[in-house]
Design a protein around this ligand. Structure first.
Ligand code: SF4
Length: 181
């Protein structure tokens, strides 16, 4: 089912239907796309454990914990968004380009709060310069798991069972998201 968001129009906020969002995502290369309500995005405190114990990017990459929002902060952030488009790319390496292109597109349409969440830790620099400053703040975006999103549960809920299987942030993770409001 594609959610119809047309009934949530607010004064001064541009309008785009769920069908248009999905169509745009597909034109930009998504093999699958779905609009969901932001309150249906599952968060989990446990995701930080996965980042902290077992990931070399923890505390070393700006798009990952300890620099990303806490679960409580992300929960508060999601309250500022009505919806999100979940997108599946052909391969993991394509997710960052896809979600960033969509974020840019929605911002240009007037959705100023549009914000992309990626699949893997930022790899735009050979070594992240997080201790001084980010080299590409216009392109670096946090990972879903780094923002406490329970990716598997969120995807299972919308029937994307195969996409829900890969380990978050792995080379097999092909799903990203763009928050829109
Ligand atoms: S763009 Fe460079 S400095 Fe910024 S988060 Fe990515 S790797 Fe780190």
């Amino acid at each position: 089912m594609v959610t119809d968001i047309s009934s949530h129009r607010r004064a001064g906020v541009p309008h785009i239907s769920a069908q248009e969002i999905v169509s745009t995502a597909r034109k930009m290369g998504a093999v699958n796309a779905k609009v969901i309500q932001s309150h249906t995005i599952f968060l989990g405190n446990w995701t930080r454990l996965k980042c902290q114990f077992g990931c070399p990017h923890f505390g070393r990459t700006f798009t990952c914990p300890t620099f990303t929002p806490t679960t409580q902060e992300m929960s508060d952030i999601l309250l500022d968004y009505e919806k999100a488009v979940v997108v599946e790319a052909k391969q993991a390496a394509d997710v960052h380009r896809l979600v960033l292109a969509l974020e840019t597109h929605f911002r240009e349409m007037g959705f100023n709060k549009a914000f992309a969440l990626g699949a893997q830790p930022c790899n735009l620099c050979d070594v992240c310069t997080v201790e001084t400053h980010c080299e590409h703040p216009d392109k670096a975006r946090p990972t879903l798991q780094g923002c406490s999103v329970d990716i598997s549960r969120t995807l299972m809920q919308i029937g994307w069972n195969d996409a829900a299987k890969p380990e978050p942030c792995s080379g097999q993770q092909t799903v990203g998201m763009v928050l829109i409001d």
